[in-house]
Design a protein around this ligand. Structure first.
Ligand SMILES: [Fe+2]
Length: 344
């Protein structure tokens, strides 16, 4: 299984690298993820080679799968209590190692670890945890079930531009989840696009390809969008399905997508069919501490089962970052000269 080889190679490379650097060096590397990726890549290449594998093979595999789970890719860490906010990520051995490993996995598949300035102040890694009840809509969202969506849904897919603002960077190619704690084995749900397509009629597919949907930004982006753009980013002529060189890509969010013309029944019916398909096609992925999931944000939707209201202590704790092929990103699509923080 290529994912096992990938996982073992990354773990071996990082374990060896870690034995030769200080904690402060490792911490400093997180501020320069592209450079860190370059430093780690030859080590991983060597480990893959010794297992009769290559970065090219791993890359081909990961980019063509709705999700890849890398089991035991880092040592399940000793940790402080689970934080009660998205940021900051506590700076301890276990969390730093999980972040370095995530950057290494992404570098192996030619994907840069990126963030958006408008979400969580642009932090490259955020805690996915349950928030205390005093955080209103954020608390409810963090504890509840999450329906299928792509992340950064109001941003264009890679290769396209926002219709009104050239600076807007594309949504991520990958959502990268590093599991630190998951005591109740709450699954991340993955809905592969090829499974969804099989449940849609030709008419539904044609409708979903038309620019007739309104997409608003997801909750975690809204405050930041207002600060940076002066307003929420809302796309009012979005298509949801894209034909990309013989395959399909999707952008969609149950909670942030609606039809542009309320009289257009066919558009609504196609979206309802997509939602029904999501309910039928969800694959549960219960991550264990030390696992990393690479969820493909073009050819899969993802969501989550209900987590429950308990927070802090030993409760569920994942770290999340995004991966993107940045070879065609323009200078102005980066935020303030950063090489990991995208605009807006
Ligand atoms: Fe998400």
């Amino acid at each position: 299984m290529i994912e096992n080889i990938f996982s073992q190679a990354v773990r071996a490379a990082i374990t060896h690298w870690r034995s030769n650097v200080t904690f402060d060096y490792m911490l400093n590397c997180l501020a320069h993820p592209r450079e860190l990726g370059k430093e780690l890549l030859p080590l991983i290449e060597n480990e893959l080679k010794s297992r009769d594998c290559s970065c090219a093979q791993v890359k081909d595999f990961v980019w063509n799968n709705p999700h890849v789970r890398l089991e035991d890719v880092f040592e399940p860490p000793e940790l402080p209590e689970t934080p009660t906010d998205f940021r900051p990520v506590p700076e301890v051995e276990g969390t730093v190692l999980a972040q370095v490993t995530a950057i290494a996995c992404l570098a192996t598949i030619s994907s840069a670890a990126v963030s958006y300035r408008s979400e969580n102040e642009g932090d490259l890694f955020v805690n996915l945890v349950v928030l205390p009840p005093d955080r209103g809509a954020f608390s409810d969202k963090s504890a509840g079930k999450m329906s299928g969506h792509t992340d950064g849904v109001s941003f264009p897919i890679r290769g396209q531009r926002d219709p009104e603002n050239d600076r807007i960077a594309p949504s991520p190619d990958f959502v990268c989840l590093s599991a630190l704690r998951n005591p109740n084995q709450v699954p991340t749900m993955v809905m592969p696009l090829d499974h969804l397509m099989k449940r849609l009629s030709k008419d539904h597919i044609d409708e979903l390809k038309k620019p007739q949907y309104i997409i608003a930004s997801q909750l975690t982006f809204r405050e930041g969008m207002k600060k940076i753009l002066g307003d929420d980013l809302i796309v009012d002529d979005a298509q949801l399905l894209f034909e990309m060189n013989g395959s399909w890509w999707i952008r969609f969010s149950h909670s942030s997508t609606q039809i542009a013309d309320i009289d257009k029944k066919s558009a609504q019916e196609a979206m309802d069919a997509l939602k029904d398909a999501c309910a039928d096609c969800a694959i549960p992925v219960a991550l264990r501490p030390g696992d990393i999931a690479l969820v493909n944000n073009r050819i899969a939707l993802h969501g989550r089962s209900e987590v429950g209201k308990e927070y802090g202590k030993q409760t569920r704790w994942l770290l999340r970052t995004y991966g993107l092929d940045v070879s065609d990103i323009n200078t102005e699509q980066w935020h303030d000269g950063s090489n990991f923080m995208l605009y807006p």
